[in-house]
Design a protein around this ligand. Sequence first.
Ligand code: ZN
Length: 427
Amino acid sequence: MVQRGQGFRIGRLFGIDIRVDWTWLIVFALVTYSLGNTYGQFHEDWSGTLRWGLAVLSALLFFGSVLAHELAHSLVSQARGNPVNSITLFLFGGVSNIKEEPDSPQGEFLMALLGPVTSLVIGGALLLTAGVTGGRITTVSNPSEVIPQLGPARMVLVWLGSINVILGLFNLIPGFPLDGGRVLRSILWAATNDLGRATRWASWVGRGFGLLMTFGGFSMVFGATIPFFGSGLINGIWLAFIGWYLNNASAQSYQRVVVQDILEGVPVKRMMRTDPPTVSPSTGVDRLVREHIMGGDDHSFPVIDGQEVVGIVTLEDVRSLPEEEWESTTVREIMTPHDKCTVLAPDEDASEALTQLAACDVRQLPVLEGGNLKGVLRRQDVIQWMRLHSESGGWGGSSSGLGSGLGGQGRAGRQRGGQAADRRSAR
Ligand SMILES: [Zn+2]
C-alpha cells in the first residue's frame, strides 16, 4: 500500500527506515541560503566556495541533529519492546512512526524526554568544543563582535551547537504533541490514571502555548520585542507560523481523543452500510458509470466474482481512465485487487477501522466475514455516527481531522484506541 506524505526513503538505521518528506528540501534550501549569507556578512574575506560549502555542510549536519533527536525517541521505544516503522524528516522537524503508544506513563515519560535531552547534550558538547578549540573568545557581550573572530570550523560548531540547544528547549515546551507536552501528559496520566483526560489537558496547554506564540509573532511583526525571540518581520512571521502549527496540532490531538472516546468499543457492524452496491469484474467501465456511479452517490464498489470479493473499484479509478477507453475496458482492469486492499471485520473496533481508512487514504473499506461481503464502512458513516453521539451534536463533519492527521502525514502504525503514535519534534 502506498502511503502519501511519507516521503522518500534514504536509508536504514537500527532497523528503522529513514525517510525525507519533500518539505524538508525547503528547510535545506532556507538554511543553506540564510547561512551562506550570514557567513558572508561577517566574513567578507571568505571565498564564495568556502561560505556556500560551509552552509551546505551546516544544513546537512542540522539534518543529522534532527535525526539524532528522533533516533533517541525511537531507540528508547525499541528498547522497551515497541517497534518503530520509520522516521520521517519534514518541514517542522522529524516524526517517528511508532507502532503503538507507550503502555505506561513511565514509558511515555522516558521516550519523550530522551529526544530533547539528546539535543541538549549534543548542543552542549558542540558549544564546549567550540569554546575549547582555537583560542579564547575575547568578547562575549555582543554576538556581532564575537562571530567575526570565529574561523570556519568554530563557526559551524557554534551555529550547530546553538541550534541543537534551541531544538532541545523548544521541544520541552509542555504542550502536547510536543515532547514536553508528552512529558506533561505522562505525569498527568500517572496522577489521574486516565490517558484520555491527560491528553485533553496536555493538548489544552499546547493550544495555549500555540496561541501565545502566534500572538507574540504578530506583535513582533508590528514592532514589539519579545524576550528570547527578539524582533523583526521574518522572526515574527516564523514564530507566528510555528505557534499556529502547534495550536493546530494540539487541537487535532484533542479531536482524536474525542473521536476515540466516541468510537472505542463500538463494532464496525453498527455503523457500516449493509447491502452495498457491488459490480462483477467483467462489467464494462461504461456500464459501471451509467448504472452505478451516475445512479447513486457511492464512490466505490466492491467487485464480486460469484461469492468472492476480488477487489474494489472507485470513482478515482474510472477518472484516471480516458473516456474513450471506458467502453473497451472492464472493471477488472482498473480495480484495486483484493490482496492489495485492506478489509475490515464486522466486530472490529470502529476506532481501529477509522485508523485503517486514514492509513489507506480511502473513503471506504469493504467489511468481510469468512470471505463474504457483509457491508461497506464509509468515512461518512463514521462521521454520521459521531454527529449522533458527540456531546454538542455539532460535529463539523470535516474529515480532515479524521484522516490525514498532523501535517498530512500518512500513519502507518496503530495504538490502543486506534491512533498511530506520532512523535514529533518541531523547530
Ligand atoms: Zn522529539
